[in-house]
Design a protein around this ligand. Structure first.
Ligand code: IPE
Ligand code: IPE
Ligand code: MG
Length: 265
């Protein structure tokens, strides 16, 4: 009998989100400029995206630039914006041929015009991809996304377009920039810090967290497969007891409830 690839036995997370941290320290440890760490990080991004798509992950969300990262030295911010343009231009054919659709969360309008146009072009160019959705978090802040949603609902309520009693979790989520994404199943952070740094606060409510000591440029395809394996061995209880999970009883909050399913891309 033909041997199946190892990943076939695994429970593949539908939505994987990654905090790609440690580029600067990786470079500094080698007496390189921090910017060179970011360039090396871009290589890890390429490999990770391809590995995720080839292994049946439907949604991959990458924290590329946080709302708080604007506080970094101008030179570093500009280099990151240039790398983003490079990525958008160089990778677009490959992404399209892999069936990957690119999406953005965060405040795209805050980016410099050239970067914004390159990203918008990438989104248009890959719009027909149906194998995996690659979401780039750009000028993204989790709290900001929640507050913006609350503000949008308040405006609609004042105009009489929405009743307060209509607002439930799925209704609220539709106002967020993550509206087309399902909840996060697996959240990975490289770089050794054990914090979430304002990433997907609402969407990671029941995510499994994996913190890795390696720096982002050291992340290779096998690292992703190892994290998926670790995820596969975890028991997600969603508030129930372990015995209930084993018996297959439903959770009060059912992550597979159809109303929480992301709309078709
Ligand atoms: C993550 O690496 C990349 C971005 C924030 C854009 P860092 O640049 O934060 O690397 P460290 O944490 O300083 O090593
Ligand atoms: C989080 O990393 C943001 C990205 C990876 C884009 P940071 O390096 O900005 O996070 P902190 O400052 O260590 O919390
Ligand atoms: Mg960092």
């Amino acid at each position: 009998m033909k041997k199946k690839p190892m990943t076939n036995k695994l429970n593949i997370p539908r939505h994987v989100a990654i905090i790609m941290d440690g580029n600067g320290r990786w470079a500094e440890a080698r007496n390189l400029e921090r910017v060179e760490g970011h360039a090396e990080g871009a290589r890890a991004v390429r490999e990770t995206v391809e590995t995720a798509a080839r292994n049946g992950i439907e949604y991959l969300t990458l924290y590329a630039f946080s709302a708080a990262n604007w506080a970094r030295p101008r030179r570093e911010v500009e280099a990151l914006m240039r790398l983003l343009v490079d990525f958008a231009k160089k990778e677009r054919s490959e992404l399209r041929s892999l069936g990957i659709r690119v999406n953005v969360i965060g405040q795209l309008e805050e980016l410099p015009t050239g970067t914004r146009h390159a990203v918008e072009d990438l989104i248009r160019y890959t719009a027909d991809g149906s194998k995996m959705t690659l979401t780039l978090a750009l000028s993204y802040g989790g709290r900001q996304d929640i507050v913006e949603a609350a503000r949008a609902l308040a405006v609609r309520a004042r105009a009489g377009l929405v009743l307060p009693e209509e607002i439930d979790e799925s209704f609220f989520h539709r106002e967020m920039t993550t509206r087309s994404l399902p909840d996060v199943d697996l959240l990975i952070r490289t770089g050794g810090e054990t914090r979430v740094s304002d990433f997907l606060l609402y969407e990671s409510a029941y995510a499994e967290l994996v913190f890795l000591p390696i720096m982002w440029p050291e992340f290779v395809p096998q690292t992703l497969l190892d994290a998926v394996e670790l995820y596969s061995r975890r028991e997600r209880r969603f508030g129930r007891t372990s015995a209930q999970v084993v018996r297959g009883e439903h959770a009060a909050f059912d992550p597979l409830d159809p109303v929480r399913e992301a709309p078709a891309p």
